[in-house]
Design a protein around this ligand. Structure first.
Ligand code: FMN
Length: 299
């Protein structure tokens, strides 16, 4: 059980509200090479069955991260995955390279939902750029597992998954938020200062699940690359669905705003489910979904 990037700070901010030692891994908010103030307010608005955010990658930047946050990461009672974002390949390689020798960093997750300043194309929506970015980051990060976090805002997510795997990704995480908007009908203006933002929470769960299932079946399973599933996970049943669809691990984001204890409650529910189903190891659930036609193919 992991936390989703951007939903619980850099390190110990949630230590008083959740038992961090129970997490499989904690994922930091996105770090960029330069410090970023992010977008104007309003940056978060609640919508039915979810929330919209347009934080704009507000973060302390690499130098302050190394100076101020890494000492806190060393105190974390669970593995820490650092999420990295950027606007050029050099941005990513500078930040990721700085993680390679840090013992307190268990792995790096690439947030590729950012436009490349060179041509304005978002790394995560252009297969060629995604493969090259992954390849370049792998070179500067030989000691750590590299997770590529896929954007759902593409025509065919399996193309992006394949590009990341061909670039050398050790794992895939999916999904990031869906581009969306909300309107204040009295002001007749967008509710977010940025106009659009990323939709997360229960509203996206069935779509995220479908994307995990497709990526698992068409790319990840064959390549032997594990998937971290996320998108609206709130209850243990959601986690079971994602695992059956092919996720090796699951992460919780928006649900933490409702109850920071959600990951622990999900773990407890999973244990009971496994006992009821007489399944010994949780890994037996991964990809165990039976699809119509599977038996015919197998037989
Ligand atoms: C307030 C907020 C901030 C987020 N910030 C980041 C971020 O900095 N980097 C990133 O890769 N994803 C970020 N995300 C996306 C989440 O990590 C996650 O992929 C997405 O919200 C889907 O999961 P959920 O429905 O459980 O929240 C953010 C999500 C929210 C709600």
């Amino acid at each position: 059980m992991l936390t989703c990037s951007g939903t619980c700070g850099y390190a110990l901010e949630y230590a008083d509200f959740m038992d961090l030692s129970k997490l499989g891994a904690f994922v930091t908010k996105s770090i960029t090479r330069e410090e970023r103030a992010g977008n104007e307010a309003a940056r978060i608005v609640e919508v039915r069955a979810g929330m919209l955010n347009a934080i704009g990658l507000a973060n302390v930047g690499l130098d302050r991260f190394l100076e101020e946050k890494v000492p806190l990461l060393r105190k974390m009672p669970c593995p820490v995955i650092v999420n990295v974002a950027g606007h050029s390949v050099e941005d990513y390689t500078a930040t990721c390279g700085a993680m390679n020798d840090l013992e307190c960093v268990a792995g790096v997750e690439l947030n590729v939902s950012c436009p490349n300043v060179k041509d304005g194309l978002t790394f995560g929506t252009h297969a060629g750029q995604l493969k090259e970015l992954t390849r370049q980051v792998k070179k500067v990060l030989p000691k750590k597992p590299l997770i590529v976090k896929l954007s759902p805002n593409v025509e065919d997510i399996t193309v992006m998954a394949r590009a990341a795997v061909e670039g050398g990704a050790d794992a895939l995480s999916l999904v990031n938020t869906f581009t969306a908007m909300a309107i204040d009908i009295w002001k007749q203006r967008p509710r977010l200062a940025n106009v659009t933002g990323g939709l997360s929470g229960p509203a996206i769960k069935p779509i995220a699940l479908q994307l995990v299932s497709r990526v698992y079946r068409s790319v990840a399973k064959g390549a032997g690359v594990p998937i971290i599933g996320m998108g609206g996970i709130q209850y243990w049943q959601d986690a079971v669905e994602f695992m059956l669809a092919g996720a090796t691990a699951v992460a919780v984001g928006t649900a933490l705003f409702v109850d920071p204890n959600t990951p622990m409650a999900i773990c407890e529910g999973l244990v009971q489910y496994l006992a009821k189903m007489k399944v010994e190891r949780v890994s037996e659930l991964v990809g165990a979904l039976r699809m119509p036609g599977d038996e015919a193919v197998a037989g």
